[in-house]
Write a protein that binds this ligand. Structure first.
Ligand code: NAP
Length: 315
């Protein structure tokens, strides 16, 4: 019942992803957040979550493992925003448009990473539909600084990044195995930091089996009934991160093939929303049997290359 109130535990509410998830839960008509009383999963900390329908973990992978074990042992369901369970056989990996709802009796749901969400939304329908070859798949991902969380680092320093952009973790990004696993194909994936706070843009280079037009048609058909994924008729400013920041929207576009034979496929999302917190909320809704869009921002109706991005209040 939509009128029921569900208490949702939250560990990591002072982090970037946790802050955004907390705000979404506060605004949800039938969910109430309960913030962890302790940093570690002590018996008291677990006791405080006993009546929660689920507990969301917005903390690093290491501590997420211990929290998950303790919560599961107490019979409390876990929605893990960290990477700890994203490649575990039998654990639902939550991108609703691609893999639907978690089973109602699941004990753990893995919320995907931000780069994987954008990359998989762009490429999974193309591989499933046979519109592109499984190899080569090359992806360039560009992200704002909030993707790295609130910790301090030399390369995130204002003086290092303002007016600058550079590659980082090339060949070693922790999202590479996650993307490959859920694509079911190897991927070349490189990342660069942008001097912005929120938003990521991925550009995948694929070899079409028929034509670039067929690649575009495949994405348009796959997402025709999905309000939170927009497929533009051609790439342009509508794929800019400013269109999606603060929203649950993913915006995709397909470029023409050039002489090299590869077609660029673009995807942009807000890393803290679709890449973390709003996707977590969408997974919670589906897991608890609530309407998929409950508590999410309204889908963006007017995204296009000739539509200027509107400044929006952030959640
Ligand atoms: N940022 C993104 O775009 C994004 C996207 C998708 C997934 N994620 C994932 O979401 C999780 C949180 O990321 P974030 O960017 O929000 O990180 P963050 O800003 O660095 O926040 C991390 C949070 O975890 C808490 N924490 C750190 N170590 C802990 C420990 N040992 N035990 C308990 N709590 C601990 C911190 O507590 P204090 O406040 O007390 O320091 C803080 O609240 C990570 O697993 C990340 O991979 C992030």
């Amino acid at each position: 019942m939509i009128s029921d109130s569900h208490t949702i535990g939250l560990v990591g509410a002072r982090g970037y992803a946790g802050q955004v998830l907390h705000a979404l839960l506060m605004h949800h008509k039938c969910m109430d957040p309960r913030i962890a009383t302790h940093r570690d999963p002590t018996p008291d900390a677990i006791d405080a979550f006993r009546d929660c329908r689920a507990v969301a973990l917005a903390i690093p992978e290491g501590p997420a493992v211990g929290w998950t074990e303790a919560l599961r042992a107490a019979g409390i369901r876990v929605l893990d925003l960290s990477g700890a369970h994203r490649q575990t056989e039998g654990i639902h990996y939550g991108i609703p448009e691609l893999w639907g709802a978690p089973d109602a009796d699941a004990t753990v749901v893995a919320n995907p990473g931000c780069y994987p969400t954008a990359t998989l939304l762009a490429l999974v329908p193309l591989l499933r539909g046979g519109a592109v070859e499984a190899s080569p798949l090359a992806v360039v991902g560009a992200s704002g600084t909030s993707g790295a969380g609130k910790g301090l680092r030399d390369d995130l320093h204002f003086s290092a990044l303002f007016g600058n952009t550079f590659p980082y973790k090339v060949g070693a990004h922790r999202h590479i195995p996650e993307i490959s696993r859920h694509l079911g194909a190897p991927v070349t994936f490189v990342t660069q930091l942008l001097p912005i706070v929120r938003g990521i843009l991925v550009t995948a280079f694929v070899r079409p089996t028929r034509s670039a037009a067929h690649v575009l048609q495949t994405l348009q058909a796959f997402y025709a009934d999905q309000p939170y994924v927009s497929v533009l008729p051609e790439p342009g400013p509508g794929c800019g991160v400013a269109h999606v920041v603060g929203s649950h929207q993913a915006v995709l576009a397909v470029g023409p093939a050039d002489d090299g034979g590869l077609v660029p496929v673009f995807a942009t999302i807000d890393n803290l929303m679709r890449g973390a917190a709003s996707q977590a909320l969408a997974n919670l809704n589906l897991w608890l049997g609530l309407p998929a869009e409950s508590g999410l921002p309204t889908p963006l109706q007017h995204v296009g290359n000739d539509v200027p991005p509107m400044p929006r209040a952030l959640p």
